[in-house]
Design a protein around this ligand. Structure first.
Ligand SMILES: C[S@@+](CC[C@H](N)C(=O)[O-])C[C@H]1O[C@@H](n2cnc3c(N)ncnc32)[C@H](O)[C@@H]1O
Length: 270
């Protein structure tokens, strides 16, 4: 980790503005060269520009920029990654297959995080009863992953209200995750469960998919665990407004780190 001082931030913001104003590559390279004079790490101006270009989906320019600082290991890895995937959509790539997350969910780190979160979700459920005389009770899960977490949640809270039937609407952008989650929930939830799977990025949910969800209302609560930090704030806010139309209750479990993609007009990097 390293920290930038005020002048460096000011200089780097010039690069950011140039990229958001669609400056041609050759002019941008000149700006990077000028900015690099004020930086402790001279190559960082190019790394910074390359990351922003990649996050703006300007993959070919990003590769050219990473190549300028190609001696740097990070830039080399990023160059190879873009060459191979031609994309910088982190969540798309990381969760394409369920296998890595299946391994992660076996770790002590995950189990510890999950145990802590469950304690609070149980408390929430105790204080917020499901809608009266509605069967099945419906829960919506955004970014369900492999289904292990929502299964634990459901099994933890159903005894509180002696629930006999549950309907789970599970959303994930990854088909493989969604397939795995449906199977896992059906096999491991302790009561009768109906699973409705919706494959989409939640910020790009279609009218038809919204209608499917609206038809299941009232929804007890929406759960989203470790899933919505992948999107920048300007997409997150309209997305949260959409969720509010589904249910007034949202259970959000997150970690205390941030790997949002950069927001427009923000000095943050990534
Ligand atoms: C770290 S996993 C979390 C899985 C599960 N919620 C848990 O707590 O164990 C993140 C999941 O969110 C999904 N995801 C990430 N961004 C998403 C988005 N914008 N819309 C829908 N799903 C998303 C990923 O595909 C992945 O399955």
């Amino acid at each position: 980790m390293f920290f930038l001082h005020g002048t460096e931030i000011e200089q780097l913001t010039k690069i950011k503005k140039a990229i958001f104003n669609n400056m041609p590559f050759d002019d941008l390279e000149i700006i990077c060269k000028e900015v690099s004079i004020s930086l402790n790490d001279k190559g960082f101006a190019y790394t910074y520009a390359a990351c922003l270009l990649a996050s703006e989906d300007k993959i070919s320019d990003a590769k050219k920029m990473f190549a300028i600082n190609g001696e740097d290991t990070f830039c080399k890895i990023m160059y190879d990654y873009l060459e191979e995937t031609n994309s910088f959509d982190l969540a798309d790539q990381v969760f394409k297959s369920a296998d890595p997350y299946n391994i992660y969910t076996q770790t002590d780190f995950f189990k510890k995080h999950q145990g802590g979160a469950l304690k609070y979700i149980r408390k929430f459920a105790q204080e917020s009863a499901p809608p009266k005389s509605v069967s099945p009770v419906t829960i919506l899960d955004i970014g369900v992953g492999n289904g292990m977490f929502i299964t634990k949640i459901v099994n933890e809270i159903i005894p509180l209200y002696d629930i006999k039937n549950i309907r789970l609407i599970i959303i994930d952008q990854s088909e493989d995750m969604l397939r795995m989650a449906k199977e896992y929930c059906e096999e491991n939830i302790n009561i009768t469960v109906e699973v409705i799977s919706i494959c989409c990025k939640i910020q790009e949910i279609t009218k038809e998919q919204i209608e499917i969800i609206q038809n299941t209302k009232p929804i007890w609560f929406i759960n989203t665990g470790l899933s919505i930090h992948y999107m920048p704030k300007e997409k997150k806010i309209p997305m949260l407004k959409q969720l509010k139309a589904f249910s007034p209750k949202l259970v959000l479990t997150e970690v205390n780190w941030n790997h949002d993609l950069p927001e427009s007009n923000s000095p943050e990097l990534f």
